[in-house]
Design a protein around this ligand. Structure first.
Ligand SMILES: [Zn+2]
Length: 220
């Protein structure tokens, strides 16, 4: 069952791996949807499996409490992080967790990325925060990430990596690329020693656009 959703998760996971957003079996990808009976389900990558040999049936189906509904393999250790985000971000239906190089540099330094680029503000929603460190799979990590993500579409995880979210998988993947592009530019701009932010009045207009497109009732 749920073949198309499994295929979608598998394809995104393989792209994430091929584009170098993770090394080896790290990272994870999920898709949230409602089945024909109105049940909330999440298709998520399994724990500790190579992406290049992964098959659609290796993708595990869980409910919003993280309980396995279908699949032989163990769902990702970060499953509760994914379901936790789906519970509070009602418009989000896809989540990609990566360990990207430039995003991780910023996460190691513990620096928030301010609003430096127009597309960062209109699509990610403004500054990119760093969730305080917590162990993978811990309830503390879920709380830290949800708080730092707020209403935006990307967040960094201290000493770990990044999370991007979207209304669908394509959007979540774009956010993943946009986050890494922004982090890369920020690292080089920091090296140049001078950073000009997006002018405040323009950032305000762009944030209003972001809210109109991606916004939900949840506030920052
Ligand atoms: Zn990770």
């Amino acid at each position: 069952m749920w073949e198309s959703q499994k295929q979608e998760v598998l394809k995104a996971a393989q792209q994430m791996s091929q584009k170098g957003f993770v090394v080896g079996t790290s990272g994870n990808v999920s898709l949230h949807f409602r089945d024909s009976e109105g049940r909330d389900l999440v298709a998520i990558t399994p724990s500790g499996r190579d992406y290049d040999t992964m098959k659609p049936n290796d993708i595990v189906m869980v409910d919003l409490e993280g309980q396995r509904v279908e699949g032989e393999l163990t769902p990702s250790i970060e499953t509760m992080l994914h379901t936790g985000i789906y519970k509070v971000r009602k418009k989000v239906n896809a989540i990609i967790h990566t360990h990207p190089i430039y995003g991780s540099i910023i996460a190691v330094a513990g620096l928030e990325i301010p609003a430096i680029l127009d597309d960062q503000v209109t699509q990610i929603g403004g500054e990119i925060r760093v969730a305080p460190y917590a162990l993978s799979g811990s309830p503390e990590m879920t709380g830290n990430v949800i708080a730092a993500l707020g209403p935006r579409n990307a967040v960094l995880l201290a000493n770990h990596g990044a999370i991007s979210v979207g209304r669908n998988m394509r959007e979540a993947f774009t956010m993943c690329q946009l986050l890494e592009k922004t982090a890369r530019i920020y690292v080089f701009a920091l090296g140049l020693g001078k950073i000009n932010l997006v002018p405040a009045d323009a950032a305000e207009v762009e944030k209003a656009y972001f809210k109109a497109v991606y916004g939900e009732s949840q506030t920052d």
